[in-house]
Design a protein around this ligand. Sequence first.
Ligand code: ZN
Length: 281
Amino acid sequence: MSIPLRPELPALPDEMKSLKVDARGYPVPWFVQWFNGKPDHRVVNPKRLDHAMANPVCWVCGGNLGLKVPTFIIGPAGFTNGINSEPPSHPACAGFSIKGCPFLSNPNMKRRRDASYPVPDGQGKSAGIMLEENPGVMALYESISYDLCSDGMGGLLFSLGEPFSRVKWFRSGRRATYQEIVAAFAFAFEQSKGVCTDSLGNRISDLRAAFDKAIGRVPNDDDQKKYDEQLLGRRMSGAEAWEIVTSSGVRFGLLDQGHLDTVKDMLRDGRTWSEIGTAIG
Ligand SMILES: [Zn+2]
């Protein structure tokens, strides 16, 4: 008998429909290691990590990335240094994960490392130095170009190219505000300071400068508002539907909330109205 998905989860992308569902009702990502028939979401399957390092497969569902834009899930520290420890995913799979995965979406969640729930020997150590606590916001980072690089400790990391589209920051399953993003960068800086040692050749002042530069690349709420104001949307009477009239007079009728969010995202990404028209049919 299959276990139903938790009702609060976002719609499951087609790519993820073949994944197993754990006892709590969460889909089990492809990368997760299983022990005695039970998935341990904290532990990465090392064979699958090797496979994903060498092949263009989705980290969440294991399917081929194909022509989809490789999408990384990164935190403020990764955004600052352009480095990620985990392989990319399909945009839809990464989008589901950032909203639905308890660790990624819940700012107060800590990775469980307590003795009552030990990680099996030799497992669960990822390359680089991972910050153990969710910094409060996480982002979807689409990148066409990326390379593997060494973490200086025998592991491999992903070095990300320029983002393909606007980096989207999330908190608790929704888009994060600028204020929340700034607070998360400050928190991640404090955490990074703790693991910043001379052996890595880092200096605190360099780290501060790098974080300041990174937050300068995050659009503030006024920028976001400017994009939103390009939409003259209104709720149509008595229906959960929207009509959009663009500033040049093009009309899109009867959009649902999902379509409206897509339109807003595409505007933020600087796509044209004709591209948007094609995307939403
Ligand atoms: Zn996928």
